[in-house]
Structures are given as structure tokens and as C-alpha cells.
Design a protein around this ligand. Structure first.
Ligand SMILES: N[C@@H](CCC(=O)N[C@@H](CS)C(=O)NCC(=O)O)C(=O)O
Length: 216
């Protein structure tokens, strides 16, 4: 990376999947702009934002004008962009394969399994889903997290931030069983100042958004 930081904008809505991305930016300690939208007013479905991300979803990141979407891709990208923060194993480190595996597992297996379960669609055969079945998918995580404090061992990475924040809301909504292995892992991330700060700001932002939406 050059001495000058890239211009980073995080397209954001509080209490969403974008929270984890903001926590990562805080953990990286890099400057960024927040483009906040009020989901209750449908601002993410207005033409101005659809011109940035046609799916109207967050998180979305623009880095010097280039769009990056999907939580795992954003985490991978940011942690590599700022290697000095030490949140990404280097390309040749033994932990790199596990790191990339669990980042991609999040978007490729965990979220599809959760959504299928939430929508009561998890009756398909193991062949027909990208994650076999919910319990098998979950046992991969349980086994990995039982081995060490973090996904790749003793050192926290961007993958842990993604997963730690995700477990906090999936446990809260009962989408993941409340087991110590998931709870304790999540607490290692959510007890940190970055999550605490972002979470408090999310609460305030969401309250403001609800008031604004009620006025319309
Ligand atoms: N595949 C996306 C999913 C993003 C997503 O579902 N975001 C939700 C927030 S939790 C969203 O933007 N919902 C607003 C909407 O669809 O109107 C990712 O992993 O980043």
C-alpha cells in the first residue's frame, strides 16, 4: 500500500450485516466515511443508492470508486489492504487456507443454511444445497471453534470479526443454538471496544431513524 490511505466509503444501515464491516474498519483503525441510509424510509431502495449497489443491500464499500460487496469479500479485501493491522494471515502463512476457507464458508454455506432454515425451506436433500444440511454445516463450525480461541488459532483475524459479530445476532434471533462454544467465541469479539462503540452508535442511529420514519 502507498503512504496515502485510499478513500473508503461504507454504505451503511444500523443493526444490519453492515455492522460487522464497520467493526472491522474500527479494528483496522483506518479512516473511512459512512454513508448512512434509513432502511425504515426505504432509502436503500432509492435510485441514488441502486446506482451504487443495484441490490440495494449493505454492507457495500467503495474504495477509490471501486465497489466491493458481500461481507466475506469485503473482510478479505480490507484485511489484505491494511496488512500492518495483522488481521490477515499472509499468503504463504499456514493459517491462510483456513482463514480463506472460513471467510468464504460464511457467505457460501452459513448464510444460505440460515436463510433456508428461517424460511422453513431446509427440507432439500444434501445434494441440493450448497451446505449439505444445517446440522452438518453447524458441526463444522462447532468442531473448528472448539480447537482454539479463534478460527485459525490463537490470533484474531478478520474472519473472527465477521463470524463473532454474526454469531451475536444469529444467537440473539435463535438462528444458532445457544451453545457455549458459539457464545464464548462471539463474546471474544463483542467485548472489544470496537464492537461496543459501533453497537452503541447503531442503537442511537436506529432510534433516530425510527423517529424520522414515524414523522413521514
Ligand atoms: N450477501 C450480502 C447480504 C447483505 C444483506 O442481506 N443485507 C441486508 C441487511 S442485513 C440489507 O441490506 N437489507 C436491506 C434490503 O434488502 O432492503 C452480504 O453478505 O453482504
Amino acid at each position: 500500500m502507498t503512504d496515502t490511505h485510499p478513500t473508503i466509503t461504507l454504505h451503511y444501515m444500523p443493526h444490519t450485516r453492515a455492522t460487522g464491516t464497520r467493526v472491522l474498519l474500527e479494528e483496522l483503525g483506518v479512516p473511512y466515511d459512512l454513508h448512512v441510509m434509513n432502511m425504515k424510509k426505504g432509502e436503500n431502495r432509492q435510485p441514488a443508492y441502486l446506482a451504487i449497489n443495484p441490490l440495494g443491500k449493505v454492507p457495500a464499500l467503495t474504495v477509490n470508486g471501486t465497489l466491493v460487496t458481500e461481507q466475506a469479500a469485503i473482510a478479505l479485501y480490507l484485511a489484505d489492504l491494511f496488512p500492518e493491522a495483522g488481521l490477515a494471515p499472509t499468503l504463504t502463512a499456514p493459517e491462510r487456507g483456513t482463514y480463506v476457507r472460513f471467510l468464504v464458508f460464511y457467505n457460501a454455506c452459513f448464510e444460505p443454511a440460515l436463510i433456508d432454515r428461517y424460511l422453513k425451506r431446509d427440507t432439500a436433500s444434501q445434494n441440493d444445497t450448497p451446505y449439505a444440511d444445517y446440522n452438518s454445516m453447524l458441526s463444522v463450525l462447532r468442531t473448528q471453534l472448539a480447537k482454539a480461541p479463534f478460527l485459525t488459532g490463537d490470533t484474531m483475524t478478520a474472519a473472527d470479526i465477521l463470524w463473532g459479530v454474526a454469531f451475536s445476532w444469529t444467537l440473539q434471533f435463535g438462528l444458532v443454538p445457544d451453545e457455549p462454544v458459539f457464545r464464548d467465541f462471539s463474546a471474544r469479539i463483542t467485548s472489544r471496544p470496537a464492537f461496543q462503540t459501533v453497537s452503541a452508535e447503531d442503537d442511537a442511529m436506529a432510534a433516530r431513524h425510527a423517529q424520522e420514519a414515524a414523522k413521514v
